[in-house]
Design a protein around this ligand. Structure first.
Ligand code: PLP
Length: 387
């Protein structure tokens, strides 16, 4: 008789609930229903044409082998130049590491900075993968609950409260709230981490997607910070799986050794296309203006329907709304909204297992015409759901 080999307990991480909503929406679409997609956190528009053309040319030229493990020099240099242009920081290209999306960068950062059992603080609500990757790697994520009082962001008081913290992970603008850490607050956090020897990891994937002031980088306030970024969002390259890290010099070699063994190299054509997107910033900035317009449309529809507590969406392309006037179970509510209004959005439970049952995250990354239609549908359907 065959004995079934074991499955690891470390693989026992929760699924992304958003994927279930996508499946439900696809089922309704197969039945002929028209669905407005506000569940997925990815740009509605494709990679700019000029960048695609450079990718095609690289393919034609047979540029299909591995690259160096840390990435193509020309891309690392171009990213370093951007730190000068956007943040006025002089960063050596040698400190930039190209990764297979920011998702691979998290794995590399956690492995290079922490040992098994180390405690790393993450804020709730927050991007679900942080804590799940940490758990799978044997780290101990520590949830910090944030709310309107601190703009849905952690503060130095959270560090003082926690003993024996090895790391703090921040995200500004954040997913799911779109909230931004003010530059002064970032400076205080950077300093507080430096004083305590806490590794600051900053997820800056939604940088360049702010609606008022530019977002502050942790790179400017903490010399040991690890910055994680990606071409997925602002640069509209989700499917190309390409991102980057900026790390202190003493982390470059440890991460190089890890990434050689884990990934060999980041995808080659994706690196070519990524480099070309730096020449498409006008097109990309126009898309951020679309997200800002979308935010205003959905914000005012929700407000008209009596949704009072919406996190300050100063960047990214999300609205995180407290729907407790309408439901005590936001997962069921999302199912009902999909069926009843043809609007797909995702329960807050993906981002916050404690309080997420009250919240729904709406993604604003679609077209303005879609947002206008979503607003019309919400105005027609939502008031009838009030408890
Ligand atoms: C805050 C945040 N970080 C990281 C990621 C992962 O992005 P990628 O691996 O495509 O770079 C996402 C994706 O939605 C995100 O919202």
């Amino acid at each position: 008789m065959a004995i079934t080999p074991k499955i690891s307990s470390r693989s026992d991480v929760p699924p992304f609930r958003v994927m279930d909503v996508m499946a439900d929406a696809a089922r309704l679409e197969a039945q002929g229903r028209h669905i407005i997609h506000m569940e997925v956190g990815e740009p509605g528009l494709p990679t700019p044409e000029e960048a695609l053309a450079r990718g095609r040319a690289a393919m034609e030229a047979g540029d299909t082998g591995y690259t160096l493990a840390l990435g193509r020099d020309s891309l690392r240099e171009r990213i370093a130049r951007q730190y000068g242009e956007v943040y006025r920081l002089d960063i050596a290209p040698a400190r930039i590491i190209i990764t297979t999306g920011s998702s691979a960068a998290f794995t590399l950062a956690f492995l290079a900075c922490f040992d098994e059992g180390d405690q790393v603080a993450i804020s709730r609500p927050g991007y679900p993968a942080y804590g799940r990757i940490m758990k799978a790697l044997g780290l101990a994520p520590l949830d910090i609950y944030t709310g309107p009082n601190t703009g849905f962001q952690p503060t130095e008081a959270n560090l003082a409260d926690a003993d024996d913290l090895a790391g703090l992970l921040v995200a500004s603008p954040s997913n799911p709230t779109g909230s931004v850490i003010h530059p002064d607050r970032m400076a205080v956090l950077g300093q507080a981490c430096a004083e305590r020897g806490i590794r600051l990891i900053s997820d800056e994937i939604y940088h360049r997607m702010t609606f008022d002031a530019p977002a502050a980088t942790a790179l400017a306030v903490n010399d040991d910070a690890v910055i994680i970024n990606s071409f997925s969002k602002y640069y509209c390259m989700t499917g190309w799986r390409i991102g980057w890290m900026v790390v202190p010099e003493n982390l470059v070699r440890p991460i190089e050794r890890l990434t050689q063994n884990f990934f060999i190299s980041p995808p080659t054509i994706s690196q070519v296309v990524a480099e070309a997107t730096f020449d498409c910033e006008d097109v990309l900035d126009d898309r951020v203006d679309i997200y800002a317009a979308n935010r205003d449309i959905i914000m005012s529809a929700l407000a008209d329907c009596g949704v009072e507590n919406i996190a300050p969406a100063d960047g990214a392309f999300y609205l995180y709304a407290d729907m407790s006037a309408f439901t005590a179970d936001s997962q069921q509510f999302c199912t009902d909204m999909l069926e009843g209004a043809g609007v797909a959005a995702v329960t807050g439970l993906d981002f916050d297992e404690r309080d997420g049952h009250r919240f729904v995250r709406f993604s604003l990354a679609g077209s303005t015409a879609d947002m206008e239609e979503a607003a019309r549908r919400l105005r027609a359907w939502l008031p009838g759901q009030r408890l």
